[in-house]
Design a protein around this ligand. Structure first.
Ligand code: SAM
Ligand code: SF4
Ligand code: F3S
Length: 442
């Protein structure tokens, strides 16, 4: 059976899709181009209205195709599936499986059954009590040098704007032994860089599913796995970032100097209404301690403009904070009402036009900051983990592509040939718009 997966949303969805593809391959299915597939799987996101609408337009597009071929079908998984559930069947009769965050583990066997029983429809929407451990379905053959490892599911924070706790369920930590076993197995297959994944990794182990290992301890144990050349983790909530994690940036050599630390707003009044449980003073003191622990740390963040009641002064405070911290990258979003979240009832709403202006001003600032950060790398040497061959845009000559310690994309010219996973010293010659250009050192 040939399948094709469309993935929307965050890295947790990307990791789920990778796992699903490997697991289905293990059942004898094969991944195919959209034009050749017989089964389509949509792994969906409902964090804002736009990604949700993309799912409906994709299903609408597939509907024309599927109407002519009754044995073809769709599965919808992830956050929109959890939110809308079996309601998707009414609108899109060719959807024969809906599965949520905790249903992923059973999705491969459900799909296999559906392929054999054409009249059947299945839904896997129940939340489990504890982390639903999956069959490992480890990668075979040539593996990517980078891998994501889930350490938890769900979120207990209920930030006023966010749908995630409703669609991903309560926080459930994965057993530390299972995480370490997966990391060891990945390294044995050639993985060099591991990113630990969760909606709020800093509260790992604090729910009932915890086995007594805290996040800082887990970080140390994974860093100690022989062969883990680079370690990252995402996402971190500022209210839970433990001093022991800050210290790890100074002590653990393979912990990369980069951290995504979503601040959301630079206004204390807005942060309080968002229910984020920290203020800008706490955030700035964290930034200071992180820079003290690791002076070369590259900080990135998430920001929301136009949260209900956000004034021009609140927005200016966000711009000030972005300048003060000197973020290298920001994901900025216009606030969007989501069904059932607390902020949907907050007033006054900020008009769309004002949200757009604020977003463009913020993006202009963050682009300028990113350019300055990349420019400051010129003339310096970076250790680059090779991802594969590339080309030099200016000359068209063959080149190589990889990432430096902080996760910046580096394209470089070299006389030698490399394989994905090689580590190369590169002298950075030029900052491009979103990447660096350089030359391998002999
Ligand atoms: N768990 C992470 C955290 O706490 O920051 C990520 C949560 S969410 C998947 C990614 C980002 O989407 C958030 O950091 C926030 O900036 C943005 N976001 C969430 N809900 C939103 C909404 N209703 N409108 C606009 N942006 C939203
Ligand atoms: Fe959403 Fe807040 Fe949980 Fe992040 S911490 S997933 S923003 S509720
Ligand atoms: Fe989207 Fe769900 Fe991730 S709402 S951002 S796919 S947790």
């Amino acid at each position: 059976m040939k399948f094709h997966i469309f993935t929307f949303g965050c890295q947790m969805n990307a990791a789920d899709s990778d796992w699903l593809a490997r697991s289905l391959t293990g059942l004898g299915w094969s991944e195919a181009d959209e034009s050749e597939a017989r089964v389509y799987i949509l792994n969906t996101c409902s964090v804002r209205d736009k990604p949700e609408q993309k799912v409906y337009s994709q299903l609408g597009r597939l509907a024309r195709h599927l109407a002519r071929e009754p044995e073809m079908f769709c599965a919808v998984g992830g956050c929109v599936a959890q939110q809308v559930g079996e309601g998707l069947w009414d609108r899109f009769p060719f959807v024969r499986l809906v599965y949520g965050a905790d249903g992923v583990a059973q999705a491969p066997s459900a799909l296999d059954r559906l392929a054999r029983e054409p009249r059947l429809r299945l839904s896997l929407l129940d939340f489990t009590e504890s982390y639903a451990e999956r069959d490992p379905a480890l990668p075979e053959g040539q593996v990517s040098p980078q891998a994501f490892v889930n350490i938890m599911q769900g979120c207990d924070n209920f930030c006023a704007y966010c749908i995630v706790p409703y669609v991903r369920g309560r926080q459930k930590s994965r057993a530390s032994g299972a995480i370490l076993a997966e990391c060891r197995a990945l390294v044995e297959r050639g993985v060099k860089e591991i990113t630990l994944l969760g909606q709020n990794v800093n509260s790992y182990g604090l729910d009932a599913g915890g086995d007594g290992v805290s996040f800082p301890e887990l970080l140390r144990r994974v860093a100690a796995v022989p062969g883990v050349a680079r370690l990252r983790f995402t996402t971190s909530h500022p209210k839970d970032l433990d001093p022991a994690v800050v210290a790890a940036f100074a002590d653990l050599e393979n912990l990369c100097p980069s951290l995504h630390l979503p601040v959301q707003s630079g206004s204390d009044a807005v942060l309080a209404r968002m229910g984020r449980k920290y203020d800008t003073a706490r955030y700035l003191s964290l930034v200071e301690s992180l820079k003290r622990a690791r002076p070369d740390i590259a900080l990135t963040t998430d920001l929301i403009v136009g949260f209900p009641g956000e004034t021009e002064a609140d927005f200016r405070a966000t711009l000030d904070l972005v300048r003060q911290v000197g973020f290298e990258g920001c994901f900025s979003f216009m606030y969007n009402d989501r069904p059932g979240v607390a902020a949907a009832k907050f007033t006054p709403k900020v008009p769309q036009e004002i949200k757009s202006w604020r977003l463009s001003e913020l993006i202009a600032l963050q682009n300028a900051q990113q350019r300055a950060a990349l420019k400051s790398r010129e003339g310096r040497t970076s250790r680059v983990l090779v991802e594969g061959p590339g080309t030099c845009v200016a000359t068209g000559l063959a080149a190589w592509r990889g990432r430096d310690e902080a996760g910046r994309v580096v394209n470089f010219a070299a006389e030698g040939t490399y394989s994905p996973g090689d580590m190369v010293s590169v002298c950075v010659l030029q900052a491009k718009k979103h990447s660096l250009w350089g030359e391998a050192l002999p």
